[in-house]
Design a protein around this ligand. Structure first.
Ligand code: ZN
Ligand code: ZN
Length: 557
């Protein structure tokens, strides 16, 4: 039964306008009492502009206020941009059921066990063909190929029509490990009628169709076959098809396979439990590496994005306890560098080349393919599903806009452009943005989640840019200075262009302010603090061109 005021809406709280931090809501019911399902709960990785912050999480405040009507959280696949925020945000969401595939659930649980004090989250296993009974929703799970096993698209069915949420997908008839994209099921859903396609935009700028993981397996085998020294391969630990291909290529060329890095070991354990490593030789531990002849080893390493603490960076700096490389060895980057990581990856590649290591990337050999659909694959999805309209998702503004243009040229009658927080009415009537809800970002700062409004992050940015001056003075009740003022500076050069010491300048500025203040005013510590802070910052600024943070402590004794 459709109530007179019921509607079916989509609202992303992350993932529109950025690649990362996916969190999409589907709502059904009268606007004041909609019931919700949350699809994915992912993170983004923080850049250099957020010193000390590792991860960015979506701010789910809006959903926290509606948690009584949150029916379930469904995880489409185990990439961090889809599941990475679940552990931290789940306790705030009223503990609804969580659905994930066996591989995603296994990887999530093994990561959770590695977090000290993390509470167990019960995950209900879902498989392709399942229809999750989440009245008023019925959510059908559809297999898709991607760069991790067991990726899913979701058909979200309601009394007011069906939306298809593609998640991350590509077409790959020979995915090496995991599922193919179930085009028959998508076609059948298209025959039944689909309102909205919420679709991956990551590779909309690229023509043609993606190559298969099986093509990469051949490419890897060729490079490993030609190598004369040791071979190291770095890839995302969750890319089990790639790990499988590397291990089989090693076996084919008479080499042992060694795995290095905690994330790699965890992914291998879960993949083995899920049956994805059958026929693959046993992975040897890092300690065996040193005993194997140079032409009899392939080592799999974490750290393809230049992460400074991961195995590859430590090997490149010759800091790894077990694994070393030398002139004549080969390192294969079976990966693509995520925008923002180019400098870190470039530093590692240059370090390796400097040691005489032969570096192979996807620019010089077929050692990587993307897990996202190119234009030719998007066209096929449109033909299968034949939606009334499309909402571009999973992309930066440029990708989303390019997807809009491409879809309109390729038979999609209407495209709805939404950004995070927009409530898009999918049905009844024409699609429209009908509301906006609170959305934003949280920063994982050490073990604490802080909102953007917390001054800690902006203060740290200022500290990294212009340092800090601390001044402490003691005054007696009459306002007379007791003892000498104390100073400390951090992050400020020792002297200016003319050789004058900044500490001397600061000291002079402090005395000038104190001498200029009548005793009556000196009795007000707040006033003294403000006057000193102003004077110190402007003195340093006039000599340096930058204003540091300044802390002044006035003690009355
Ligand atoms: Zn993904
Ligand atoms: Zn993704």
């Amino acid at each position: 039964m459709v109530g007179p005021r019921d509607d079916f809406v989509f609202c992303a709280l992350g993932g529109l306008g950025e690649i990362g931090m996916n969190a999409a809501l589907y709502g059904y019911g009268p606007p004041a009492k909609r019931e919700w399902i949350l699809v994915d709960c992912g993170v983004s990785f923080a850049g250099d502009d957020l010193p000390g912050v590792d991860l960015i999480l979506p701010d789910l405040k809006f959903l926290e206020g509606q948690k009584n009507r949150l029916k379930a959280i469904i995880i489409t696949h185990a990439h961090e941009d889809h599941i990475g925020a679940l552990m931290d945000l789940y306790p705030r969401l009223g503990q609804p059921p969580v659905y994930a595939t066996p591989f995603a659930a296994g990887l999530f649980d093994i990561r959770r066990q590695a977090e000290p004090g993390a509470k167990k989250i019960a995950v209900t296993i879902m498989r392709p063909g399942d229809v999750l009974p989440l009245d008023p929703f019925a959510v059908e799970v559809i297999s898709v190929a991607h760069s991790i096993p067991e990726s899913t698209a979701l058909a979200i069915k309601t009394p007011l029509g069906t939306a298809i949420h593609t998640g991350d997908w590509k077409i790959d008839a020979t995915p090496v490990a995991g599922w193919t994209t179930d085009d028959a099921r998508l076609r059948a859903l298209g025959d039944e009628g689909v309102l909205a396609l919420i679709c991956d935009s990551t590779n909309v700028m690229r023509d043609g169709e993606s190559l298969s993981e099986a093509d990469v397996a051949k490419g890897l085998s060729e490079v490993i076959g030609k190598a004369t020294g040791r071979v190291a391969v770095t890839t995302f630990a969750s890319n089990i098809a790639r790990i499988r291909s590397v291990a089989l290529a090693a076996k084919e060329h008479g080499r042992e396979i060694v795995s290095v890095g905690r994330a790699m070991d965890r992914a291998i354990q879960v993949a083995a439990e899920c049956g994805y490593l059958e026929g693959v030789p046993e992975f040897r531990s890092p300690e065996t590496y040193g005993y194997l002849p140079r032409d009899k080893v392939v080592v799999l390493l974490t750290g393809s994005q230049g992460e400074p603490r991961a195995a590859l960076a430590r090997v490149a700096e010759d800091q790894h306890p077990d694994v070393t490389l030398s002139s004549g060895d080969t390192v294969i980057f079976s990966s693509r560098t995520i925008p923002g990581n180019e400098k870190a990856v470039g530093r590692i590649i240059n370090g390796l080349v400097g040691q005489g290591v032969n570096v192979v990337t996807d620019r010089t050999a077929l050692v990587h393919v993307s897990g996202h659909p190119r234009r030719g694959e998007l066209q096929k999805m449109y033909e299968w599903v034949r939606p009334r309209f499309l909402v571009p998702a999973h992309g930066e503004p440029l990708h989303l806009d390019e997807h809009r243009k491409f879809a309109l040229k390729n038979g999609i009658p209407q495209v709805v452009m939404a950004t995070n927080g927009d409530v898009v009415r999918l049905s009844p009537g024409a699609p429209d943005i009908v509301d906006e809800v609170q959305h934003g970002r949280l920063f994982k700062d050490g073990e604490v989640l802080v909102p953007l409004s917390d001054p800690a992050i902006s203060e740290r940015r200022k500290l990294s840019f212009a340092g800090i001056v601390s001044v402490a003075i003691a005054l007696d009740p009459k306002g007379e200075l007791v003892g000498d003022p104390a100073f400390a500076v951090s992050g400020i050069p020792q002297s200016d262009r003319t050789g004058r010491s900044f500490e001397d300048m600061i000291e002079a500025a402090v005395f000038e302010v104190l001498d200029g203040l009548p005793n009556s005013k000196r009795r007000d510590p707040d006033l003294v603090e403000q006057a000193l802070e102003r004077a110190v910052r402007s003195t340093v600024n006039s000599a340096w061109g930058k204003k540091p943070l300044c802390h002044v402590q006035v003690v009355i004794i």
